[in-house]
Design a protein around this ligand. Structure first.
Ligand code: GDP
Length: 598
């Protein structure tokens, strides 16, 4: 365990894996601590000093910032760098006294053709105020809509759990509330379940919209009953799941849906401080021949302004122009506002984080540092595998073993889920976070990455894309044909997660009958083994008048003059014990060893 007051020097930016090394803990420990502080990061991601310091302090270290290297090549940068407070990845929403309520960020998920796109379009059409300039509504990856009470909501415009989990796998947790769309005429379908699992794994609250209530075969009650099967019990069934019947096509129930999304979001009260430098996430990005790199950035906290210098993953730049979701040129974007931004040097991946820096030079230099760091790390990716991950987190606090389970038929899925969930022992939880029929796909891999889990396939194979992604992300896919093998492997991994328990096993009870002194510092206890068998590897506890006066390893065990491995009951022997010479006639030595019982 960590020392309570060890000082640890940390650089301005550090990769999660390196931070773990610096603290002498496992990467999973660090990731767990980050999660506690609201930061989703993978092992290969870079966190800034402030964030690293929070983790270090939580783990009992006293963090100290490393000074910038002397003789920095760019004097101007070094000078400016002195007053560049690195922006913390921790959004500090709860701690920031200047934080105010911000619009909730909402994602829409569900089975194909259940009406996700129609819902997003209807909300946009009915609730987005046309701009005065009459700007053409733009699809920039997200938009803001107004609820009947005048409050604003931000919608992520790319529906589906693939996008949702892909962002999360990159460490970006942006969604405050998820709307699960289920068509009333079709009911709960495989992808509905999948979406629910993905949202659950992310710990995001859900509102269920039962759509297409206008359709001839609509059966809202059936959909509600199906929801109870996945432990989402609607309020009118006595549970606490918010369910709103709607028709996205006809615009029925949309206001009620928005009101309910706001109600659910109010429970967590999303906050942000508009008066700080902006931090946020890339929603989309592309390269345009005329305009250069165009990225949709979603501001999470702070205000992004035209002219701001930004660092974004491995690239950087200056905000040359910003366009909002209605196509208007804007000069600033506050919390939960999506804007299309021009001015980045390269196309950043979706889910990448951006932060404002004091100058373009600083941002550029930091991006270069990150690229160098990444190149230096090379293939050092650590894989999430049954063997390594679970062996690795053995000493840590992570006690959940997250499993994504795929099988060929429903019939083998259910017993497997039950069996795997039953393998939980004491403080270690085996948790099947998603189980479905079919080959292992990319979305399964993303879910495993985002949840630091493993993928188990029974009689199914990974799709080519999934296999590539798993290799790239270092996620383990294990494929089995025999159920027993799955159980055995998982059981073993769980055992690896448990703190071992050692119990004392008594070897022998011995009487000390005569003391042989060999100079001042040495004594042999001439003894008689009353019961059991003492071995050379035993420990000896010296008991006098019922009191233990010494306890340590035997340093020698002899029969006459010969070293022996063991001496059985009824025989005499000479015993020496580490660190003890004060034997007296009549002492009792209890010989024992520690045995691992778990
Ligand atoms: P997505 O795949 O979930 O994005 O589904 P879409 O939004 O593309 O919708 C699939 C189909 O369902 C389209 O033909 C829509 O017109 C239709 N649809 C969507 N919402 C409704 C609804 O409320 N009622 C009816 N009757 N049809 C709908």
């Amino acid at each position: 365990m960590t020392q309570p007051t060890t000082t640890v020097r940390l650089p301005q930016a550090i990769v999660v894996g390196d931070l773990a090394d610096a603290l002498g803990v496992t990467p999973v420990d660090v990731i767990k601590e980050l999660m506690k502080n609201g930061v989703m990061a993978t092992i290969n991601q870079v966190v800034d000093f402030d964030t690293a310091a929070v983790v270090a302090a939580d783990l009992g270290f006293e963090p100290e910032e490393e000074e910038r290297e002397a003789g920095a090549p760019d004097a101007a940068v070094a000078e400016e760098g002195a007053d560049t407070a690195p922006t913390s990845l921790r959004l500090a929403e709860e701690d920031d006294p200047d934080a105010v309520t911000r619009p909730p960020i909402v994602a829409v998920l569900g089975h194909v053709d259940h009406g996700k796109t129609t819902l997003l379009d209807t909300i946009r059409r009915a609730n987005v105020v046309e701009s005065e300039a009459g700007g053409i509504t733009q699809h920039i990856g997200a938009y803001q809509a107004t609820a009947p009470d005048g409050r604003i909501l931000t919608f992520i415009d790319t529906p589906g759990h693939e996008a949702f989990t892909q962002m999360r796998a990159r460490g970006a947790q942006v969604t405050d509330v998820a709307i699960i769309v289920i068509a009333a005429d079709d009911g709960l379908m495989p992808q509905s379940r999948e979406a629910i699992d993905h949202v659950r794994a992310a710990g995001v609250p859900m509102v269920v919209a039962i759509n297409k209530i206008d359709a001839p075969n609509a059966d809202v009650d059936r959909a509600k009953t199906q929801l109870t099967e996945v432990e989402l019990v609607p309020e009118d069934f006595g549970g606490d799941q918010v369910v709103v019947p709607i028709s996205a096509l006809q615009g029925t129930g949309i206001d009620e849906l928005l009101e309910n999304v706001l109600l659910v979001s109010d429970l967590n009260e999303p906050k942000a401080n508009p008066d700080r430098d902006a931090v946020g996430i890339v929603l989309e990005s592309a390269s345009d021949r005329q305009r250069g790199v165009i990225a949709t950035l979603l501001v999470q906290t702070g205000t992004l302004r035209q002219g701001d210098a930004v660092i974004c993953g491995l690239t950087s730049g200056r905000v040359r122009a910003m366009i909002d979701h209605e196509g208007n040129r804007v000069k600033e974007a506050g919390p939960a506002t999506p804007v299309e931004v021009m001015g980045l040097a390269d196309v950043p991946p979706a889910g990448e984080r951006f932060e404002v820096r004091k100058s373009e030079k600083i941002a550029k230099r930091e991006a270069e540092d990150r690229r160098r760091e990444l190149a230096a790390r090379g293939d050092e990716r650590e894989a999430v595998t049954l063997d390594s991950l679970f062996g690795e987190i053995h000493k840590g606090n992570v006690k959940d073993m997250n499993i994504v389970l795929k099988a060929d038929v429903q019939g083998s899925l259910e017993p497997l889920v039950d069996t795997l969930d039953d393998l939980s022992v004491d403080e270690v939880n085996t948790k099947v976070i998603h189980a479905s029929v079919g080959s292992i796909n990319e979305s399964d891999v993303q879910l495993a990455v985002a949840s630091t889990g493993v993928i188990i396939g029974f009689n199914v194979q990974p799709e080519t894309g999934a296999k590539r992604l798993a290799e790239q992300e270092g996620v383990e896919i294990r494929v089995y044909n025999v159920i027993y093998d799955i159980i055995q492997d998982v059981e073993q991994a769980v055992q690896g997660l448990l703190e071992p328990i050692y119990e004392e096993q008594q070897d022998a009870v011995i009487e000390v009958r005569q003391i042989f002194r060999l100079g001042r510092r040495n004594a042999i206890a001439g003894s008689y083994v009353r019961e059991g068998t003492v071995t050379r590897n035993s420990r000896g506890r010296v008991v006098r008048n019922g009191e233990v006066i010494h306890d340590d390893d035997l340093s020698s065990l002899k029969r006459f003059d010969d070293d022996v491995r063991e001496v059985a009951a009824g025989l005499e022997c000479g015993i020496q014990i580490n660190g003890f010479t004060d034997f007296q006639e009549g002492d009792e030595i209890v010989a024992y060893h520690m045995e691992r019982t778990r």
